[in-house]
Design a protein around this ligand. Structure first.
Ligand SMILES: Cc1cc2nc3c(=O)[nH]c(=O)nc-3n(C[C@H](O)[C@H](O)[C@H](O)COP(=O)(O)OP(=O)(O)OC[C@H]3O[C@@H](n4cnc5c(N)ncnc54)[C@H](O)[C@@H]3O)c2cc1C
Length: 495
């Protein structure tokens, strides 16, 4: 077999230059879009995806009148990346804000639902009144939170877990009743292991700059930003009229011709000759590339790089991305007695429930279900996801309905449901993550032309994935404009 297999009839020209992107989730698709905008048409861009669809964990499924999300349902609008990309793609008019009449998110404590008091930024209070009035915390819990105003800043600079950070600054009650369920709902993982430097870097920085995180928050622009973000068209969390897939479809429409290849599972990328890379497919096909951007989850990138650099592969393998499962349940309106006038609720570990979080999707965004139905979306605890992984979907839907009855008055079974399974869910940024990533990217400098992007490194959100794609593309452009590389590019490719 030749050094590159013909991925399409007719193959590629011998001296054609190629950039290969591995993985067509939001990161890989964004990378292809940014490359197309920045490179000459003569450079071939190939996007290779192992599954039979694009979008990775992002996907919106229309089932009759219900719009069900298999992964993310929204993005944080205080980060600019999604808005900027939506503008570039011409889909800004399709953005959709959350329901302004809803009560926001609720939190379970002792099996009762509480509103997260106004003024809280993540787990830290910035307004005295709502914090004093809430029954979510005891008197002593509130007093202990106030200690943040007087206790000194931490001298040791090494990373600590989010749990240790919150316990130290705001006390155990703030950790158990608010920080743990909130952080777990966003990041998954175990708060006793998650890294404060990577998961809540703003809070760590506030302590270093202002000693007290509460005082720091009161003075920062970010907090003012969060307060002022809500207006007629904009809310803190945003989506699109037909769900997050709108972003994926728009990106796919802007891909270069003959760019995307589905069902191409990449098994390895190894150096070839002076400055080229041999990208090998698990079906035996291979292709030579001038530069490669790996946009798969960390553990997959680890396998792909095992031969090229075992040290990077080892570090990547330690960024685990556990199984994720989202369960969408559509009920007839008459089956649910409660109003469901909030975005949903989160459940602390202390409640020993199968459920970690539940979104009232048809309340959070208008148009997600018909007037006669209510759509809920549930995330399960890690133990439950593992135990239920191989069970039939209808059994999972039944189990989740009975678990929900602890919190919501539901009679009967859902009229429709969808269970989504993601082999690599949200990566766990455990203590030491920042150093590990720095080490990986430092080591990567010795492999010119090879780049990593995606949710395993500097942020799990859609915005950070887009930012990492932009950064990888910037590096590819820098690499291609490098003198030595240009000289090589003027010679015919090895074959
Ligand atoms: C359940 C869930 C809910 C979330 N909710 C939110 C939210 O509300 N807001 C938010 O901002 N973020 C959210 N996130 C995080 C965010 O959605 C993800 O971090 C982001 O979409 C990841 O995109 P990605 O392209 O980096 O990776 P992925 O989406 O994982 O895409 C990687 C792609 O690589 C492909 N691939 C894998 N192996 C290979 C191989 N060997 N060869 C070729 N291709 C390969 C995969 O098939 C996949 O298509 C959520 C994540 C999950 C799992």
């Amino acid at each position: 077999m030749g050094l590159y297999f013909q991925l399409r009839a007719g193959g590629f020209a011998m001296n054609e230059r190629r950039i290969v992107i591995i993985g067509a989730g939001i990161t890989g698709l964004s990378a292809a879009f940014f490359l197309k905008k920045s490179l000459a048409d003569s450079v071939k861009i190939l996007l290779l995806e192992s599954s039979d669809r694009i979008g990775g964990v992002i996907g919106s499924i229309q089932k009759d009148d219900a719009l069900m999300e298999i992964g993310p349902e929204a993005f944080l609008s205080i980060k600019p990346q999604v808005m900027e990309l939506a503008k570039e793609l011409g889909i800004i008019d399709r953005l959709k804000r959350t329901n302004p009449e809803s009560r926001g998110s609720l939190i379970v404590h002792s099996r009762k639902m509480f509103e997260i008091p106004e003024g809280f930024v993540l787990f830290a209070p910035t307004q005295i009144g709502p914090c004093l009035r809430t029954n979510l915390f005891s008197f002593f819990g509130k007093l202990r939170m106030g200690f943040d105003l007087i206790i000194p800043r931490r001298k040791k600079m090494h990373d600590e877990s989010v749990a240790d950070f919150v316990r130290r600054r705001l006390g155990k009650e703030a950790l158990d009743r608010l920080a743990q369920p909130l952080i777990t709902a966003i990041y998954g993982g175990d708060i006793e292991r998650l890294s404060s430097a990577s998961v809540v870097p703003q809070m760590v920085q506030l302590e270093q700059l202002h000693r007290s995180i509460i005082l720091g928050l009161l003075g920062t622009r970010e907090q003012r930003g969060i307060k002022t973000v809500a207006d007629k068209d904009r809310s803190l969390f945003m989506s699109f009229d037909k769900g997050m897939s709108v972003l994926i479809e728009a990106l796919s429409k802007h891909l270069p011709d003959d760019c995307l290849y589905l069902n191409k599972s990449i098994s390895s990328v190894v150096p070839k000759g002076k400055r080229q890379w041999l990208v090998q497919c698990s079906n035996g096909e291979s292709i030579l590339a001038d530069a490669v951007i790996i946009c798969t989850p960390g553990p997959v990138a680890s396998k792909i790089l095992a031969v090229a650099d075992s040290k990077i592969a080892e570090e990547l393998d330690s960024i685990k991305a556990p199984l994720a499962m989202t369960v969408n349940l559509l009920y007839h309106k008459s089956s649910i007695k409660d109003e469901l006038d909030a975005f949903g609720f989160i459940v602390p570990e202390q409640d020993k429930s199968a459920i970690r979080a539940c979104t009232f999707s048809s309340t959070k965004f208008a148009g997600r279900a018909s007037n006669n139905t209510k759509l809920l979306r549930v995330f399960l605890s890690e133990e439950c996801r593992t135990a239920l992984w191989d069970k039939p979907d209808y059994e999972i839907a039944k189990f989740v309905t009975s678990s929900l009855r602890r919190y919501i008055q539901i009679t009967g079974l859902p009229i429709d449901f969808h269970v989504a399974r993601h082999l690599n869910g949200i990566p766990e940024y455990n203590v030491g993550h920042k150093d590990r990533v720095e080490q990986i990217f430092l080591q990567l400098n010795s492999l010119p032309g090879l780049y990593l992007a995606g949710n395993s490194y500097s942020g799990i959100g859609i915005s950070e994935c887009i930012a990492s794609a932009r950064e990888a593309v910037r590096k590819v452009n820098e690499y291609l404009s490098d003198d030595t590389c240009l000289k090589r590019l003027s010679q015919p490719a090895e074959a």
